[in-house]
Ligand binder design. Structure first.
Ligand SMILES: Nc1ncnc2c1ncn2[C@@H]1O[C@H](COP(=O)(O)OP(=O)(O)OP(=O)(O)O)[C@@H](O)[C@H]1O
Ligand SMILES: [Mg+2]
Length: 271
């Protein structure tokens, strides 16, 4: 039977099943389509306790007389152990949202709760302590200290957390090993490749065993092989430590690795 006729019969049968109500038939089709899409995605749906809760979050920047609404009433929950990707066009508010969740900036309106703490209510001192204990940051440009050898760079978060020196050194060496850089501990950042620098930045972010990793375009500066290695490393970190991971990315391949993609557009979540 030609395909066209096949489709016609199918449509007629569908319409008959809904007593000729076209709207109801279209609705049912849409639902079926979205069910098929969900079923195709072998994704883990969030089930564990909520780690990050954002409610009606807005951020306005003021530059001279100009006001920029970077985020407009964004609400979302992220569960423990989830791997979430923030995507969306340039200027849509991804980095702003990540920075607010990380307590690096204050919102204009709304609340951010991370690991049971309302960040908008914490003093600067408590906020910085909280950041150090709970969150590991990874950025596109690594931000390793250029004059410090890898071993010392890896220990920096432990210094802020006042961890004992011996423990710091041991954990830094273990983490370097975990990210495949055991034989590069005496190197300066400029003596590492881009992929190695990013792995080092991830190892550093892990030093205090954070519950949450926030990564802003962690593969943005890497070729696709190194980018894949970084995503695999995040997956391994999540498996080994149960770490919740939020990454901002422009790369659809990277986003496809996440359990959930949250798309931003003009400072709002695109549904
Ligand atoms: N410190 C700031 N002062 C003023 N405006 C800012 C500031 N930071 C960001 N913005 C503006 O807020 C909006 C959101 O910026 P944001 O950096 O969050 O976007 P983004 O989605 O991360 O973009 P990209 O993909 O290019 O990194 C943009 O219009 C930007 O110009
Ligand atoms: Mg950004």
């Amino acid at each position: 039977m030609p395909k066209q006729i096949d489709k016609k019969i199918w449509a007629e049968q569908l319409l008959a099943a809904f007593d000729g109500n076209i709207d109801a038939a279209i609705d049912a089709l849409r639902q079926a389509e979205s069910a098929v899409k969900q079923a195709r995605k072998p994704k883990v749906m969030p089930t564990g306790p909520v780690l990050v809760s954002v409610e009606n979050l807005s951020k306005k920047y003021k530059v001279g007389r100009q006001h920029v609404q970077a985020l407009n009433s964004v609400s979302l929950d992220i569960h423990e152990g989830e791997f979430v990707a923030f995507t969306g066009p340039s200027g849509s508010g991804k980095s702003t949202l990540l920075q607010l969740i990380g307590g690096l900036d204050k919102p204009s309106e709304g609340t951010i709760t991370v690991d049971g703490k309302n960040l908008t209510k914490l003093s600067d001192r408590h906020l910085s302590k909280f950041r150090n204990q709970t969150i590991g940051f990874v950025f596109q440009f690594f931000y390793l200290q250029p004059f410090l050898r890898l071993e010392t760079n890896l220990e920096v978060p432990g210094m802020f957390a006042r961890t004992k020196r011996r423990e710091r050194t041991q954990t830094a060496a273990e983490l370097a090993d975990a990210v495949g850089l055991k034989d590069r501990l005496r190197h300066l950042p400029k003596e590492l490749s881009g992929g190695q620098m990013q792995r080092a930045a991830i190892a550093r972010a892990l030093l205090n065993r954070p519950k949450l990793i926030l990564a802003d375009e962690p593969t943005g500066n890497l070729d696709s092989t190194n980018g894949t290695a970084i995503i695999d490393l995040f997956e391994q970190v999540r498996k080994d430590f149960g770490t919740t991971i939020i990454i901002v990315t422009h790369d659809p391949k990277v986003a496809a690795h996440a359990d959930r993609e949250i798309v931003l557009e003009d400072g709002e979540i695109k549904l």
